[in-house]
Design a protein. Structure first.
Length: 378
């Protein structure tokens, strides 16, 4: 009889397929997959050689009897399936955002604690190799005491990508849910996990987007941009969520006497002039990583010059041999999660506790009520 942990996946798109492959790489058995559309779900199951395919989540839990469930749908569809899985006694791996609101995210966290199940929250770009390299350098004192960090990115996303969950707050859309979660996870992994204070503003630069049928895989949505965006027969959906944000935070760090200041600046629709980057500044040096999620290379500033640093072998040896940054980071976290469920010792990873905190922070940022009126001074 197989001793592998059995996994049931909820979601058949890019994330669902990626989760399924990552769990297999972690020596778990993917026993079923659930989606909204029967024909699509059956085809994905056939393509990935998954024995069970269905559209009823509760029924799938009963039939498949999973040890672990993997939630790979948009954030607005997470709450009820996770509640049902927790009640069933399953351990839960969930992509970001945990839910569409801080209230529901915290409810899921509390339920998981009460039931005693393990959870993993996949704001997983903290497992980028050069991010782990930066963490090692900061811990070794390479930049002295950390003083501040900054994450700058401009994605130049097409304004005419089809209307869908990413445009809707209630469905888990918005750049805070789908970009900031990763950025915050990256910075806390390097500087320290204790967030002391946060402030920010958001802006919806999108307005509206064309409604187009047939979009299933999030990564292929650009293929469905209408050829004639001025076609009078097109229908439009209204965006109600942010496409740009500016956030300031203060983090506690065991490597610094004072709180570390962090700037997060992201423009989802704005063009970049130069490289997106992540940087960490200390009183004795600095680290600069190219790429919005720290893809590299990494440079260290010492003695008044920047030097490109090779990835240490002890970090390189930990990286899963998987193509694609997103897929590789899933594989890293899922490998750790499965080991933990199996009772093996693993390094700490993010759980629903972190997911609930992140969602509550996003709610606060979206309130955008921390401005001081200075008109009386003018």
């Amino acid at each position: 009889m197989s001793q592998k942990k059995k996994v049931l996946v909820h979601g058949t798109g890019f994330a669902g397929q990626g989760h399924a492959l990552a769990f297999r790489d972690a020596n778990a058995e993917v026993v079923g997959i659930v989606g909204r559309t029967e024909s699509v779900t059956k085809q994905v199951a056939k393509d990935l050689n998954i024995p069970y395919a269905g559209t009823n989540w509760e029924q799938a839990l009963i039939i498949c009897q999973p040890d672990i469930v993997s939630i790979a749908t948009p954030g607005g569809a997470h709450v009820e399936p996770i509640k049902q899985a927790i009640a069933f006694g399953c351990h839960v791996f969930c992509d970001k955002p945990l839910t569409q609101s801080g209230e529901t995210a915290n409810e899921l966290y509390q339920l998981s604690v009460e039931k005693g199940v393990k959870t993993a929250f996949a704001s997983s770009f903290r497992y980028m190799p050069e991010v782990m390299h930066a963490k090692k350098l900061v811990a070794e004192g390479a930049i002295g005491q950390p003083l501040e960090a900054e994450c700058i990115s401009h994605f130049n996303l097409e304004r005419d990508i089809p209307f869908g969950w990413s445009h809707r707050k209630e469905d888990g859309g918005g750049r805070l849910n789908n970009n900031f979660t990763h950025k915050l996870s990256i910075v806390t992994s390097v500087i320290g996990e204790h967030i002391l204070a946060i402030n920010g503003e958001v802006r919806d630069d999108m307005g509206r987007a064309p409604i187009v049928e047939g979009v299933h895989n999030f990564k292929n949505r650009r293929d469905f941009i209408p050829n004639d965006i001025n076609d009078p027969s097109l229908k439009w959906g209204e965006s109600n969520v942010e496409w740009s944000y500016t956030v300031l935070a203060k983090l506690e760090s065991e490597f610094a006497t004072n709180p570390v200041s962090v700037l997060f600046k992201h423009g989802g629709l704005h063009p970049r002039f130069n490289e997106d980057y992540i940087a960490f500044y200390g009183d004795k040096g600095a680290i600069y990583i190219k790429g919005h999620y720290g893809s590299g290379p990494l440079y260290l500033h010492k003695n008044n010059e920047w030097t490109e640093m090779a990835l240490p072998e002890d970090i390189a040896s930990l990286i899963p041999d998987v193509e694609g940054d997103t897929e590789r980071n899933w594989a890293y976290l899922i490998r750790e999660f499965v080991k933990d469920v199996e009772g093996k010792d693993v390094a700490p990873y993010q759980t629903f506790k972190d997911g609930a905190l992140y969602q509550q922070l996003i709610d606060l940022i979206r309130e955008n009520d921390r401005w001081l009126d200075v008109t009386q001074l003018q």
